[in-house]
Ligand binder design. Structure first.
Ligand SMILES: [Zn+2]
Length: 315
């Protein structure tokens, strides 16, 4: 079996286990944690994260793909510590999200790729923690000029390293279509790419169009949010795609994005079905009740993420 890079170093792909496709361990949008550290109780934040990840592990989640980029406050040493304490494997990301730093607006696209490749092959920051995935993002209004540079840099880094790409798209506007166009223009291997937040669309024809390019879909953001499809609607779309024969290209996740604990603020309740276990404890059993075989559920949680991360679809 090939290996997969995690925050604790490479693991045998055979040990990946049940895996969530698009999550976050800690999101500090912008650089607030770095510049205003007095706002945050990082000890409480760390304990909270260990608690939630330990609950995920106890609930059957072995691994998750963390798609937190520098502009989302990526902190791979925090991830390494809470991964070690909880036993959940965390694949960390290079790439850039929606807040493209000004330095990238003018940077040559091959130099953008160089930065991503460095984080894939050497390590992130001063650590030896290597990125196992490249994150890119395009939201409402489509692919902006600066985001397009990131997409192209990611495509070139993917071509150079084989490291997969996972996207954030605004599915209601079908922004994934333009992401795919850019990747195809760059000659990126479409079977190394997952178009994310795809369950925000209920249009199975649009999603199937993306699948026909060879891409994976991350059917995430369970259980939904106001103004977006709820979890039952997400399941309905997912089941249509499963019934059309696409389960081998579908992964599930929550895009759960815990923020650091703010000092003096009321602590948000950590209970409820909105964390790392909704997909496996609510969404998947509902699909089984509707006739989806358990093997198909296992395929989406175990085999597809492994294929996506390694590029090896034979095992
Ligand atoms: Zn996300």
């Amino acid at each position: 079996m090939p290996t997969i890079e995690t925050a604790l170093g490479p693991i045998d792909a055979a040990n990946l286990g049940a895996t969530l496709s698009h999550e976050h361990v800690l999101v500090g949008m912008g650089e607030d944690i770095a510049h205003y550290p007095w706002r945050y109780d990082m000890t409480a934040t760390r304990l909270q994260s260990i608690k939630e990840l330990s609950e995920a592990k106890a609930g059957g989640i072995d691994s998750l793909i963390d798609l937190t980029t520098p502009d989302l406050g990526r902190d791979v040493e925090f991830i390494r510590d809470v991964s070690a304490a909880s036993g959940v494997n965390v694949i960390v990301a290079t790439g850039i999200w929606r807040d493209v730093p000004r330095s990238f607006w003018m940077r040559d696209i091959d130099e953008i790729a160089d930065i991503f490749v460095r984080e894939i092959e050497v390590g992130i920051g001063e650590t030896t923690i290597k990125a196992g995935c490249i994150k890119v993002a395009s939201d409402m209004g489509g692919v902006t000029p600066e985001a397009e540079r990131i997409l192209r840099g990611a495509a070139r880094a993917c071509r150079r390293t084989g490291c997969p790409i996972s996207t954030h798209q605004w599915a209601p506007e079908e922004v994934g279509r333009r992401q795919v166009e850019v990747f195809l223009e760059e000659g990126a291997p479409m079977d190394r790419i997952a178009i994310g937040h795809s369950a925000d669309s209920t249009d199975a024809d649009y999603l199937e169009e993306l699948l026909r390019t060879g891409a994976y879909l991350s059917m995430d953001r369970y259980p939904g949010a106001p103004g977006r499809p709820n979890w039952e609607q997400r399941n309905t779309t997912l089941k249509v795609l499963i019934d059309r024969g696409w389960a081998h290209k579908l992964m599930l996740g929550h895009d759960y994005a815990p923020a650091p604990v703010v000092r003096g603020a009321e602590r948000p309740s950590a209970s409820g079905p909105t964390r790392y276990l909704f997909c496996t404890t609510v969404a998947a059993p509902a699909l089984v009740a509707q006739g989806v075989p358990q093997e198909t559920i296992d395929l989406m949680f175990r085999d597809v993420p492994r294929h996506f991360l390694t590029g090896a679809t034979g095992a």
